[in-house]
Design a protein around this ligand. Structure first.
Ligand code: UT7
Length: 322
């Protein structure tokens, strides 16, 4: 039987760092409020002209290097993003051109903050059914371009960045299970209310920016992450004591801590990057994974639980033997 395993990871964060103190000059906020309510201290913001695909390319190259593979070894590229370079072509096709690989499928997945889990689920299915041997999965976002920098309820919470993973065919189970869900009922709690086929005049004249009912999203995120963690552990007959590391989507330290508490995992076993990166949406899990692999916390053989919740609503999880 063929399984998929993580063969390499890579990450990229833009050079420019914006601290909470810097934001005090832009909106009516304080470093104290942001840290207390979200755990965020700073975020990276893309340079003028720096795109989602530019960042994805660097993360992808780093992931390929760590897998000891070259771009020609890849037979599928999936980019999870809600902030693509263009309406079309897909950011995955742009990354494919930049990597100079031809004739392989490349496509984007749009599932907001759960995008990386969705991409992992798809890549895992390709590998298990023999459709691909080495899949490049990238979560890449430039949320700074869809933030209303006058709205203190959202602009302090997000950052830019890119994380990548190479998933390769193996005889040993790396990806043990993936679980993805969505519920379109709650569209207006977290959305960008204008786009191409709806609200196009607003999109052209005023731009299109994130609107969020933060405390309602918070409440639903905590409840949903608790149930997806249960579904994942029970589905695999695994207890929380078997988990080496929780690698959660990084939206808010209080959401992460509540999810860890429900699982009965101490914070020492949780990878946290929200303090340094803020919420990078679909990039946050692969970035957190890459940080913890490179600093030596996550080691070969560790059992990892990924979990995410985001706009849609979408949510998902994965149990992975690293
Ligand atoms: O990744 C996708 C999913 N996204 C999330 O999971 C985000 C979920 N939500 C959250 O992380 C939290 O709800 C927030 C961090 C957005 C807000 O924390 P909260 O504890 O839910 O605060 P709140 O929205 O209830 O607001 C409390 C107060 C309000 O003032 P009043 O009405 O009590 O006077 C806000 O106007 O805090 C005020 N406030 C701020 N104050 C200073 C909101 N934003 C700010 C700010 N600085 N940046």
């Amino acid at each position: 039987m063929t399984f998929a395993r993580i063969a390499g990871t890579g990450g990229y964060l833009p050079e420019r760092i914006v601290t909470n103190k810097d934001l005090e000059d832009i909106v009516d906020t304080s470093d104290e409020w942001i840290q207390e309510r979200s755990g965020i201290k700073r975020r990276h913001i893309a340079a003028d002209g720096e795109t989602t695909s530019d960042m994805a390319l660097v993360a992808a190259r780093r992931a390929l290097d760590s897998a000891s593979l070259v771009a020609d070894d890849i037979d599928l590229i999936i980019v999870a993003t809600t902030t693509p370079d263009k309406v079309f072509p897909s950011t995955a096709c742009i990354v494919q051109r930049l990597l100079e690989v031809k004739n392989i499928p490349a496509f984007d997945v749009h599932a907001a903050c759960s995008g990386f889990i969705y991409a992992l689920d798809i890549a895992n299915r390709f590998i298990k059914t023999g459709g691909a041997k080495n899949v490049l999965i990238i979560g890449s976002e430039t949320y700074s371009r869809i933030l209303d920098w006058t709205d203190r309820g959202t602009c302090v919470l997000f950052g830019d960045g890119s994380g990548a993973v190479v998933l390769s065919a193996s005889n040993n189970a790396g990806v043990i299970s993936t679980h993805i869900h969505s519920d379109g009922e709650f569209e207006e709690l977290l959305h960008v209310p204008a786009g191409i086929s709806s609200g196009y005049e607003t999109f052209q004249q005023e731009g299109a920016f994130i609107k969020m009912k933060g405390s309602e999203v918070f409440r639903r995120a905590v409840g949903t992450l608790g149930s997806i963690a249960r579904e994942t552990l029970e589905g695999n007959n695994v207890s929380q004591e078997d988990i080496s590391w929780l690698v959660p989507h990084q939206a808010n330290l209080r959401i992460i801590a509540a999810a860890a508490k429900k699982l009965g995992l101490p914070m020492e076993q949780v990878i946290v990057t929200v303090d340094e990166h803020a919420n990078t949406s679909s990039a946050s899990i692969p970035l957190a994974l890459d940080v913890a692999v490179r600093d030596g916390r996550i080691k070969s053989g560790d059992l990892l639980l990924f979990e995410a919740f985001g706009a849609g609503f979408t949510w998902g999880s994965a149990l992975v033997r690293y």
